[in-house]
Ligand binder design. Structure first.
Ligand code: ZN
Ligand code: ZN
Length: 1020
């Protein structure tokens, strides 16, 4: 009669489901966290920690649903925040939103039309505010769903009255420090935006443009030819051809710039109207020009340096020096504008090269930064009216009074101008070229340079550039390191920052400018504070509603209120002041750190604007660490887009897989590069997740009935194998903590996954099954295994917490010891002090710091050698048994008896544990014998290969093979056990059948039955 021993086996038991069901489970957990005010509770519990790490949120723009890029960004931030909590720091996270700016204006315009049509500016701003609020609510729900923990109920919003007031205060500080200037300068301008654009709002795309050569005829042809030592005929025309891809800038042309050191030659060009035409061109470009003008191999009539041809000297400082060594007769080389009644001087500029064109650059200071600089150097900018320098209106149409082209849109005017040049005979060549050209990043339309009166933060005015560069190198750690040179390069090369915009929805530049000089009021800083106080009460509208007399009294007559608003990059660029410096819980003490973490495009965006404002205000960087991540692409590395149909929305991933899968993908993808996502990748990540989950489940299952308060065995009193397992967890934890500290998240995922699969799955969990299931419930050896598993789970839940936020909490909830007075890490306490007070387990893993109960007692070199040798032999045995299994000789490894023949050194090392080695190898019998005694191989299969076992009719019952171990002579032998199988533990043992009352089980199992003496196990 068979006795049922099922009730005597301790099978694992847990509520931790095999099926994750994250899409359902996570929202329920979120609701629970919300109810428990989890974020606030963490802040409360960590308030006494000595140091703080602030992950300062770069504000997403409050418009539209969140996409995958948002999810990547927010989850990376959340991983950092939670890892800092684990590391024992205070780690508050205040999310924010960028609320002002054009996209919201455009969205509101679609509903109510432009300002001044159906609604006035104040009403329009109110609608913008309402719109932004709604967008924030929508985005906030999705961000929370990702498992991102933060001060969601009290975020910062750049449109909050207090924030708007603080923007004004930040600007006042920058004014006070002398960085703000007003200037008439060319800035990038989008006709669709109707506004100046920041550098960060420009992107380069190919554009087809006309490329034309235009002759600027000499006023005095004899004088110009004389420079080359040539005497022209009476009817000869002498001209300087220019080459341009922007014919529309010709109405603003006021000079021709040559390179002082370039060689220019006089050649005979194509005749015009029967008259001889002599042309001044750069010698280096002679061949190309000859082809374009159909005058190949033109004879060179004379040659001079560009410096000899200048009609003017620079005004001011450089003038005297430039004068030396030249014998220029000023005025003698003036040129005729190709269609206006305007005399054009030849000037010299360093930006002129002989790489393309003619070596002569038509110069329109209103439409180019270099042109503006050289025009200013020669005093030309002041000689012309603003409308002459920039005849373009904000919509791209020439101002009504502009001769010839007034009222035309510039791209259309291009053709008209070319036609006009042709009629006048001054068009030497015309073609179309495709070149890289700046476009508006929103409208994807080409932008132009347009000189308008604007407000600037000067890069040189008060040493901002030098200060910013110093801060980049001295104040900040950049992740990855190349960020440092990238942003430094951008700061080195950038022009002054144009901070004014001619729009409605934003924070006004609250300056009073003098009606005659345009200079800001001398008491501007003080006045701005008064304005800020009003804005704090009534928002930005308080400025527009303000009667200047209230602040200026009689002086108001002489001043105008500036109505431009600030570039939105300024709004977000001063979060360090408006958020970090204002919120009491974010006030930093020495030693505290601030990190900015955004996509790698922010080197020219938020990192950049934040750096400039912080240096301008305080002289140092706003951050200690900056981390950038790449963008999301599909599996083929293509950008995700609607038209390609390869986009993946985070909302869909959460519905199908759950946020933890998304989080695991983000942690495992290398954020330093582009991050690829596809359905297939998601499936792979799900598999990886399952391995981790199954490990946790096995550990939890075997902790059923374990009460750490009563049962926890100190590591030093544990079985050898359990000490080894704890050592493995300790080693893993060292790697994990180190990788979190340097933000190497893929390393963490990899290491934890390997730990779960190899050290746990393939070894420890497999080996300990026998002990856990078959030994008496409360036996010391079983409690020892449970104690190790308990410690490992304590550690594992913490390693996972920053990444698998939901799963880690789910594990935490189901771990034993929640309510007990738990002497956690009681033995560890003797060795090192805990960072946080010991107490009962709180309801969140995030109340904890890295686990300190992993005593490393198997970490000496000798011990490591012991284990690696043992594992090598075990590996050899596994291979051998695999061969027998493939041959059909055995099923489970327990069906075999194994002998290990080893050299005396190894035998001596393992002799203490020899009696229990069979449990480590999971064999029914295992002997350790001297290699000298090993049987001859005659009757054995010497080497395992599929061929050796190919014949099923002759299933071998024995097999042997050498173990490949340097410095040792080791063989493993195996034979199919001749003993009977114990129905309780499944081992094949000679004593099965020797016990009268329990004929079907082994002697060990008899001992392990309830009421029995219990088995004595010491090592494995
Ligand atoms: Zn635009
Ligand atoms: Zn048994």
């Amino acid at each position: 009669m068979t006795i049922d021993y099922k009730g005597t086996i301790n099978l694992p038991q847990t509520d931790f489901a095999m099926k994750a069901d994250l899409a359902k489970r996570e929202p329920a957990m979120l609701a629970q966290w919300e109810k428990a005010a989890r974020y606030a509770e963490i802040q409360k519990r960590t308030a006494q920690r000595p140091h703080m790490f602030v992950l300062h949120d770069g504000p997403p723009y409050a418009n539209g649903a969140i996409h995958l890029g948002h999810a990547v960004n927010k989850i990376l931030k959340d991983i950092v925040v939670k890892s800092k909590l684990m590391a024992g720091l205070r780690s508050p996270y205040v999310p924010g939103w960028d609320c002002h700016g054009l996209p919201i204006e455009v969205a509101v315009e679609k509903k109510v039309g432009k300002v001044g049509v159906k609604v006035d500016a104040a009403e329009f701003r109110k609608l913008c505010r309402e719109y932004a609020s709604k967008q924030i609510d929508l985005q906030r729900e999705d961000f929370k769903r990702l498992g991102v923990l933060g001060e969601w109920e009290n975020p910062y919003r750049t449109m909050d009255f207090k924030y708007e007031a603080d923007i004004i205060r930040a600007l006042a500080k920058i004014v006070a420090n002398g960085h703000v200037l007003r200037g008439f300068k060319p800035v990038h301008w989008c006709f669709d935006c109707g506004s100046a654009l920041a550098e960060a709002e420009i992107e380069y795309q190919d554009k087809t443009s006309p490329a034309i050569d235009v002759a600027y005829d000499a006023i005095d042809s004899v004088a110009l030819a004389a420079k080359f030592g040539v005497q022209p005929g009476a009817d000869d025309i002498v001209a300087v051809p220019i080459w341009t891809t922007t014919p529309w800038t010709l109405p603003a042309s006021i000079a021709v710039t040559l390179g002082a050191e370039l060689d220019y030659v006089l050649i005979e060009g194509p005749a015009r109207g029967g008259k001889r035409l002599l042309l001044v061109v750069a010698e280096a470009l002679l061949e190309k020009i000859g082809k374009r003008y159909n005058v190949e191999n033109a004879a060179v009539l004379g040659r001079v340096k560009g410096a000899a041809l200048a009609s003017l000297l620079p005004s001011g400082e450089g003038a005297r020096r430039a004068d030396e060594g030249t014998n220029t007769e000023r005025g003698s080389t003036l040129l005729q504008h190709p269609f206006y009644d305007r005399q054009i001087p030849i000037i010299l500029g360093e930006h002129v090269s002989a790489e393309e064109g003619t070596g002569a650059v038509h110069t329109a200071p209103g439409h180019g930064v270099e042109d503006f600089a050289v025009g200013q150097k020669y005093g030309l900018v002041d000689k012309y009216t603003p409308a002459e320098l920039n005849p373009l209106g904000p919509n791209g149409v020439y101002l009504p009074g502009t001769p010839i082209v007034g009222g035309q849109f510039i791209w259309k005017a291009n053709e008209a101008i070319i036609e006009l040049l042709r009629e006048r005979g001054v068009l030497l060549a015309s073609e179309k070229i495709t070149h890289s050209y700046p476009h508006c990043w929103r409208h994807r339309t080409p932008v132009v340079f347009r000189a308008t009166p604007q407000w600037f933060i000067g890069m040189e005015t008060a040493g901002l550039r030098a200060g910013a560069l110093k801060a980049i190198h001295d104040d900040v750690t950049w992740y990855p390191g190349w960020g440092e040179e990238r942003i430094a390069g951008m700061i080195e090369g950038r022009p002054d920052w144009c901070i004014s915009r001619q729009r409605t929805w934003g924070v006004p530049i609250t300056l009073f400018a003098h009606k005659l000089t345009s200079e800001p009021h001398p008491r501007s800083v003080e006045l701005m504070e008064q304005v800020a106080q009003r804005v704090e009460q009534g928002g930005a509208d308080a400025w527009y509603a303000l009667d200047p007399r209230e602040l200026l009294g009689d002086e108001a007559e002489d001043y105008t209120k500036v109505t431009d608003i600030l570039d939105v990059w300024f709004d977000s660029g001063v979060t360090h002041y408006c958020v970090l410096d204002q919120r009491p819980n974010l006030k930093r003490a020495p030693g505290d750190k601030v990190m900015y973490l955004e996509g790698s495009d922010q080197h020219r965006g938020w990192f950049h604007s934040s750096l400039l404002t912080s240096v301008a205000m305080h002289g140092h960087a706003p951050y200690d660490e900056v981390l950038t991540h790449g963008f999301t692409v599909d599996a083929q590395g293509r950008k995700m887009s609607k038209s390609l149909g390869n986009g993946i929305e985070p909302q869909d991933v959460m519905k199908t897989y759950g946020a933890d899968i998304l989080r695991l993908w983000i942690a495992s993808a290398d954020y330093r590069n582009e991050m690829a996502l596809s359905d297939e990748i998601l499936k792979r990540v799900s598999d990886a997740y399952r391995r981790i989950r199954n490990t946790a489940r096995f550990l939890l299952g075997n902790l059923s009935g374990f009460d750490p308060a009563q049962h926890l065995v100190p590591v030093k009193d544990s079985l050898l194998l359990d000490q080894w397992a704890v050592q493995q967890a300790y080693d893993t934890q060292q790697v994990v903590i180190g990788a979190y500290a340097r933000y190497d998240f893929p390393e963490i995922v990899q290491r934890v996954q390997n730990f779960c699969t190899n050290e746990m799955g393939s070894l420890y969990l497999d080996i300990t099954k026998d002990r856990l299931y078959t030994m008496q419930e409360n036996s010391p050896a079983r409690r020892s295994a449970q104690s190790a598993m308990y410690r490992i789970l304590e550690a594992l839940a913490r390693w996972l917490a920053p990444i698998l936020s939901f799963t880690a909490e789910e594990i935490w909830q189901l771990m034993p010891g929640m309510d007990a007075q738990m002497p956690r890490a009681q033995d560890a306490q003797e060795r090192r002090p805990r960072q946080t007070p010991t107490g009962p387990r709180g309801e969140s893993v995030l109340f904890e710091t890295w686990y300190e109960g992993l005593d490393a007692l198997q970490g000496s070199a000798e011990q490591r050698k012991f284990w690696s040798d043992l594992l090598a032999i075990r590996g050899g045995a596994a291979k051998l048994l695999e061969g027998l299994r493939n041959a059909g000789s055995i099923g489970a490894a327990l069906e075999a008896d194994v002998s290990i023949y080893a050299d005396p050194g190894l035998i001596a090392r393992f002799s203490d544990v020899a009696d229990e080695l069979r449990f480590f190898f999971i064999n029914s019998e295992l002997d350790l014998k001297p290699v000298a005694d090993r049987p001859q191989l005659g009757e054995l299969v010497p080497r395992i290969s599929p061929d050796a076992f190919g014949d099923n009719a002759h299933k071998p019952t024995k097999a042997a093979m050498p173990v490949n171990m340097a410095g040792h002579d080791v063989w493993v032998y195996a034979q199919v056990s001749a003993d009977n199988k114990c129905i309780r533990c499944w081992h094949y043992r000679p004593d099965v059948g020797t016990h009268a009352e329990h004929p079907e089980i082994c002697g060990r199992c008899v001992e392990n039955l309830p009421g029995g003496p219990g088995e004595d196990r010491r090592f494995f």
